[in-house]
Design a protein around this ligand. Structure first.
Ligand SMILES: Nc1ncnc2c1ncn2[C@@H]1O[C@H](COP(=O)(O)OP(=O)(O)OP(=O)(O)O)[C@@H](O)[C@H]1O
Length: 311
C-alpha cells in the first residue's frame, strides 16, 4: 500500500531548447523532512515550481496525495504550501493583513480565517508582530512570515525553496527548528545547496545535478555512502611515513607539515583505533585526529559519474 504525499514520474522541463530537468522520478512519504540538494542551476527551483503548480512541466506527471496536479490543480494545490526562493511578501502590508490575504487566496473558509492566522503565527513565533509592517521586519522574521503563509491552510505537504538563504547564523538555527516543528505532522521538502544544512535537518535526501537525480535515499544511507577515506593526524612526535604506511588498510601517507599528516585508507572502519594504538605503542604523541569529510563538489562529481538511486 502506497503512503505517498508526492509522486513525480518522468518529469522533464525545458525553458527554451536545453532541458533544465530531465526524467526526474521522486516519491515522498506523508511525514518527515526531505532535502533537495543541488548546486546552483542544478534544477531544484524548476522541480519545486512544477510540483507546486507554479510552472507547467514539458513532460511527466505530478501526483499530490494521489491527485494529478495537472488534471485537478485546485484540489491538489489545497494540499500544498509553498515558499518560493523569493518570498512573495507585500512589504506595505502588516503581518495580519498579509496572512489574511493569503488565507483568502488559499480558500480558507471565512469563519476559519481568524483561527488559521492565530495558529500559523503561533507556530512561526510571529504573533507579537501581528500589526507590524512587513518592510519593518528583519530578514529572519520575514522568512517566518513566508513560512506562515505556506502553512496557513494546513497543507499536507510544505515545499520550501532555500528557506535559510541569506539569513545570519542565529536566524538559520531558528528557522531550522521551525521547519522541524512544522514537519511533525506533515511532509516538508526543502532545497539547499549546502550539504551540512540538509544533513542536520533531513531524514532523507535527493541530490540533483545537471537536471538529473543522482542520489535518492535516507540520510543514513547517504552518510554511509560518503564515508570518509582519509584522516588528519596531528602528532607531536611523528614517525617516518613508512611506519604509518605499514599499518593494515593504509593506502597513502601525506605529510602536510612536520607534525600534520593525512592518512588515506581503503574504507576500513577500524582505522582510527589502529592509528591510536600505533601512536601509543610507537610514542607518536597523538594530539588530534579528524576524519576528513568529502566536500559537496567531490560527492557531486562521484555521484554524477555513478548515480545511486534506491529502487
Ligand atoms: N525562467 C527561465 N528561463 C530560462 N532558463 C531558466 C529559467 N529558470 C531557470 N532556468 C535554467 O534552468 C536550469 C535550472 O535552474 P533552477 O533555477 O531550477 O536551478 P536551481 O537548482 O534552483 O539553482 P539555484 O540554486 O541557483 O536557484 C538552469 O540552467 C537555469 O539557468
Amino acid at each position: 500500500m502506497e503512503n505517498l504525499i508526492l509522486k513525480i514520474e518522468h518529469l522533464s522541463h525545458r525553458y527554451s531548447t536545453a532541458w533544465a530537468i530531465r526524467d526526474i522520478n521522486l516519491q515522498i512519504n506523508q511525514t518527515g523532512i526531505v532535502g533537495l540538494l543541488g548546486s546552483n542551476g542544478a534544477g531544484k527551483s524548476t522541480t519545486m515550481n512544477i510540483m507546486c503548480g507554479v510552472l507547467n512541466q514539458t513532460e511527466g506527471n505530478v501526483f499530490i496525495d494521489g491527485i494529478d496536479l495537472r488534471k485537478q490543480p485546485e484540489a491538489a494545490k489545497k494540499l500544498i504550501g509553498f515558499l518560493p526562493q523569493t518570498p512573495p511578501l507585500y512589504l506595505d502590508l502588516t503581518v495580519d493583513e498579509f496572512l489574511t490575504h493569503c488565507a483568502w487566496l488559499r480558500l480558507v473558509e471565512k469563519d476559519k480565517i481568524k483561527a488559521a492566522l492565530a495558529d500559523a503565527k503561533d507556530r512561526c513565533g510571529i504573533t507579537h508582530f501581528s500589526n507590524r509592517l512587513i518592510k519593518n521586519l528583519s530578514g529572519g522574521y520575514r522568512q517566518r512570515v513566508g513560512i506562515a503563509q505556506a502553512i496557513i491552510h494546513r497543507p499536507k505537504l510544505v515545499v520550501l525553496d532555500e528557506p535559510t538563504n541569506g539569513l545570519d547564523p542565529n536566524q538559520i538555527v531558528e528557522v531550522r527548528s521551525l521547519i522541524r516543528e512544522i514537519a511533525r505532522e506533515r511532509a516538508v521538502i526543502f532545497s539547499s545547496h549546502v550539504l551540512s544544512e540538509v544533513q542536520v535537518l533531513c531524514s532523507s535526501i535527493t541530490m540533483i545535478e545537471g537536471g538529473n537525480i543522482v542520489f535518492a535515499d535516507t540520510m543514513d544511507a547517504f552518510n554511509n555512502y560518503v564515508e570518509p577515506h582519509s584522516v588528519l593526524l596531528n602528532l607531536h612526535n611523528p614517525p617516518a611515513a613508512d611506519e604509518i604506511s605499514a599499518l593494515p588498510g593504509v593506502t597513502k601517507v601525506n605529510f602536510l607539515t612536520e607534525r600534520q599528516v593525512r592518512v588515506y585508507f581503503n574504507g576500513d572502519q577500524e582505522i582510527t583505533e589502529r592509528l591510536i594504538e600505533a601512536s601509543v605503542s610507537g610514542g607518536w604523541q597523538l594530539r588530534e585526529i579528524t576524519m576528513d569529510r568529502s566536500s559537496i563538489d567531490e560527492i557531486f562529481a562521484q555521484l554524477s559519474n555513478k548515480p545511486f538511486i534506491k529502487k
